[in-house]
Structure formats: structure tokens, C-alpha cells
Design a binder for this molecule. Sequence first.
Ligand code: MN
Length: 297
Amino acid sequence: MARTGIHSFVWSASSAQADLERTLANTKEAGFDLIEFSYLDPANVDIDRLAKRIADMELGVAISIGLPAEGDISSSDKAIANRGIDILNRTIALTRDLGGRKIGGILSAGHGLQTEAPSRDQWNRSAATLAEVAETAKAAGVTLNLEIVNRFESNLLNTAAQGLAFIADTGSDNIFLHLDTFHMNIEEADVGLAIRHAANKIGYVHIGESHRGYLGTGSIDFAAVFDALTAIGYADDLTFESFSSEIVDENLSRKTAIWRNLWTDNMDLARHARRFIALGLETARRKAELVAAVQKP
Ligand code: MN
């Protein structure tokens, strides 16, 4: 079922219960069907209560993380790789307990600027580990969706084609691609063609502008994005992701280099994004209908 989601950092980077509940209320008020929580710390959260609130409000939930350098499953250091496996397993349990079915984000390696080239061993270690983690996830009713990010945030998977090859190497049927228009705009030769190429493995999508602010005010060709998603019949989650120095998360704001204030009014931003995505999808559908329409004289 197609759901339109919003990243929790549009609302707040806090894991305090009251802030999480306000995030749910804002998500609903702005017209979204799904909340993506990032870096939720289960130690600080009453998970059962939050799960009940999410269910009562009939919202979907997805969880995203980026593995830290000290929990990089592609590392040759066993202690570091094991810490990463532990983080993934805890994230699977959290997702299941919240009533979610998807984990997204940078799961294949540590998130952050790398200053060394990736190696085949790194790739193989990560693929073998994720194949096992994906079985744990499957037993919990959760899929792993590998976010393909730009070169400044990972050295392992930067294009959808690399992601497809990586998934094939895992041999898993529970691992999919998490594509993000912000990252694709940097790395893909053509965002629309890349979406079409990856069609049957796309499990989750982030809709973000080139500067991560208001949709349509940057350089991303969203008509091409919505046309491609419509052409492949993508009917799954599309989540709006935007960051501003207005909402700071110690960890993610640094790794994603959020230094500028792209917005201050998050409700206005969210409502705009909701309308933008709905209109983009509707327009793409109307175009597809027109090009297929035949009127015989
Ligand atoms: Mn993203």
C-alpha cells in the first residue's frame, strides 16, 4: 500500500516521550500516513506506549539508522563488526515492537565520510553479514532496505546499480534498496533511469531536495522522479526527508553536514511537502494516461 511518510527530524530529534507523541500528532496533522523515526533510543522510550499511540492514530512507522564507525559491519575488526550486528539486531526488535515492517538507512557500512577506497573484502564481509541479519529480520516480519548514499557519506554503495549487485551477492530475498532523491541527484547518471533500472528491488524511497529544504525549490527533477516511480508501478512508501539547522541531532547533523537554516516553520514545510508529493504523483499518473490514450477517428 502506498504510504506518504515524513522523517521525524522535521519535527524533533528528541527521544523524550512527550516530544515523540507531539511528533505523531504533527505527522497526522500535516496529512502524512507514516512516521520514520531515526536513531530512536529504546533506553529512553516507553516502546509499548509509543507503539499503541502509533496504532491508535493509524500511522505506519519505519525506522532508519546509519551504522556508526565503531559499529561498521564491513570492518575487518571483529569487535567493531559485532557491535554493528548488535545494533542491527536491536533495531530489528525495535521496529517489530513499534509495529513497523521496514528498516532503512545506511546498514551496509559505517555512515560518514571515508578517506580510503572500499575493498572487495569489505564488500564481501558486509554482504555475508547482512545475509544473516536479514534472516533475523525476516523472522521479525521486517525488511532491510539499504540506503544508497552519496560518496561523502559512504564509500561502499553510491549507486542503485551497486546496490542491486550487492543485494544479489547477499543471496537474500529480504533485502531491498532504499533510494533517496538527494543522494541520487549527486551520483546517478539519470535519476529516472536509475529508478527504472532498480524497479523490482526498491523497498523504500526518500524524497528530498538538493539542498534538503522545501521540495521544488532546488535542482532535483521531481517530474522525472515521479514519472519513473509511476512507470514502474511503485506503490510503496515515499518518505519526505528534510533537514535544517532548526532541528539539530548531534550525530546526524554533523554526518549530513547540516549547517544552514533551510526552514524554520516545520508545519508549513511538511504541509507543502505533502501537497507537492501528492500533486507530483497525480500529475505523473495523468501524463501516463495521456500517452497511453488512443482515440481512433
Ligand atoms: Mn535519506
